[in-house]
Design a protein around this ligand. Structure first.
Ligand code: NDP
Length: 484
């Protein structure tokens, strides 16, 4: 048997590879445990170097016409699309997600984001404000400067694009720290940006764990930090950003509700619940893990749900037939299994799944019934394939229960009654609501959380507000009437 030395991954600063002065750690394939690369982490010296390079490059980028920025982003989109299969494979190796998902979502949603913000870059404008005969005003929409991006491990490439595309479109430079567990595809993005003609220093990648993230969040030379991660990390980042008064965008966790009313198309509602719980083995922030089903249809819903859960194919993430891949790490697998044991201990009925499959990080999708709103599996974000079924009879009651959480990322309503759908959605405390669908996040719509699920929005025109600042300019048309 031949043994290949694992690839060595360095930081990407100012258009080239830079050795890290921090500890070296391995990144592993969660499906097999094999080491994919040894990663050199950035210490303060590399982070400082990235900030200096980014600031220098950003000064030029800020005065580059929007149409030219747009051309480079469009080119990056084309290059990423052309490398979709390679990216999908890499993302599957690094995250354990099935190739049938990564081929159609991860890189391609990044492509759409690049295309969308390329179009925006060419159209960014301020406003003219009429102030009467003595003056007029106008606003300039200016970049923030150097932006720090900190990513989670569930959608590494998508997150790198969701942060870098709007940042660059608006004339900023970005220093991106991927999650320690999934550092591979951000480096490919660096290659792609360079090949697309992005000037060196505008997109940098620094590796490392929380400590490297903190260096970005606390840095005086960084004007904004955008984090995707857990609520606790969001709090830490906001506190660390306070002394330098950074802008912050926080895309955090959730425990979102799906409301299935008695008139819903049952198969469609079951599809929504499956997508909202078991896609990416449940490692999706917006998942609808509290499934409230009207009591009159609960038995029929559950029967159809279990039939489909029983047919889910778990296994090798690289097999195109696989629907449920590996969880991100052995530690995370233990956490998910711990929640399943806790659900059983608290008296919920495990209808299907919930057991480890094989010896690695695979868990069979679990459906719990007999849940109460106060159980840990109903209140806390598990970030694994664990669905909790709950029932209800009354609209006002279910809205109150759906909102009775610290989170507010997403929610869905399944009903054929249009008036009810809009009435209920208006009362749900969630940043994204779907009517008769789940977990679809087109780049044209803002994405982000209410309550503890976050601050700010990604995607759509709304993101522009979070990557620019407004300057007001007053232009006098008459002499000053000084009272002195
Ligand atoms: P974490 O919060 O553990 O980590 C997120 C990122 O922050 C990682 O890069 C991590 O580094 C870094 N980090 C950790 N602590 C700090 C700190 N004190 N200062 C600066 N950076 C820090 O989240 P996970 O990676 O475990 O991802 C899962 C979470 O992300 C879930 O809660 C999920 O809901 C949420 N999420 C939210 C999304 C949204 O858009 N709302 C989308 C996707 C996920 P490292 O991991 O390398 O140590």
């Amino acid at each position: 048997m031949t043994r290949h030395a694992a690839e060595r991954l360095q930081n990407w600063i100012d258009g080239g590879h830079v050795a890290g002065s921090g500890p070296v750690f391995p990144t592993r394939n969660p499906a097999t445990g094999a080491v994919l690369a040894e990663v050199e982490t950035a210490g303060q010296a590399e982070v400082d170097r990235a900030v200096v390079a980014a600031a220098r490059a950003q000064a030029q980028w800020a005065i580059t016409p929007g149409a030219e920025r747009a051309r480079i982003l469009r080119c990056a989109a084309d290059l990423l699309r052309a490398r979709n299969d390679e990216m999908a494979r890499l993302e599957t190796l690094d995250t354990g997600k099935p190739i049938q998902e990564t081929r159609v979502v991860d890189a391609l949603s990044g492509v759409e984001c690049l295309e969308y913000f390329a179009a925006m870059a060419a159209g960014l404008t301020g406003e003219h404000v009429d102030l009467g005969p003595a003056a007029f005003g106008y606003t300039r929409r200016e970049p923030l400067g150097v932006v720090g991006g900190i990513g989670a491990w569930n959608y590494p490439l998508q997150i790198a694009c969701w942060k870098s595309a709007p940042a660059l479109a608006c004339g900023n430079a970005i220093i991106f720290k991927p999650a320690e567990l999934t550092p591979l595809t951000a480096m490919k993005m660096a290659e792609i940006y360079q090949a697309a003609g992005l000037p060196d220093g505008l997109f940098n990648v620094v590796h490392g764990a929380a400590e490297t993230g903190r260096m970005l969040t606390r840095h005086r030379g960084i004007a904004k930090v955008s984090l995707t991660g857990e609520v606790g990390t969001g709090r830490a980042v906001m506190a660390d950003a306070a002394p330098t008064l950074k802008h912050v965008t926080l895309e955090l966790g959730g425990k979102s509700p799906i409301l299935v009313f008695e008139d819903a198309d049952l198969d469609n509602a079951v599809s929504g619940a499956l997508l909202g719980n078991f896609y990416s083995a449940g490692e999706v922030c917006s998942n609808g893990t509290r499934v409230f089903v009207h009591r009159s249809i609960k038995a029929a819903f559950t029967e159809r749900l279990l039939a489909r859960v029983g047919r889910l194919r778990i296994g090798d993430p690289l097999d195109p037939e696989t629907q449920i891949g590996a969880l991100i790490s052995p530690e995370h697998t233990e956490k998910v299994l711990g929640y399943i044991a806790r659900g059983v201990a608290e008296g919920a009925r495990l209808l299907i799944g919930g057991q480890r499959v094989g010896s690695g990080s695979f868990v069979a999708p679990a459906v719990f019934d007999g849940c109460r709103d106060d159980m840990a599996i109903v209140r806390e974000e598990i970030f694994g394939p664990v669905m909790a079924l709950l029932d209800f009879t009354d609209e006002a009651e279910v809205i109150g229960r759906a909102n009775d959480t610290e989170f507010g990322l997403s929610a869905a309503v399944f009903t054929r009654d249009l008036a009810r759908a809009h009435r209920v959605v208006a009362k749900l405390q969630a940043g994204t609501c779907w009517i008769n669908h789940y977990n679809i996040t087109p780049v044209e719509l803002p994405f982000g959380g209410m309550k503890q699920s976050g601050l700010g929005r990604e995607n759509s025109r709304a993101a522009i507000e979070h990557y620019t600042q407004i300057k007001s300019v007053y232009v006098a048309l008459r002499d000053i009437e000084a009272p002195y």
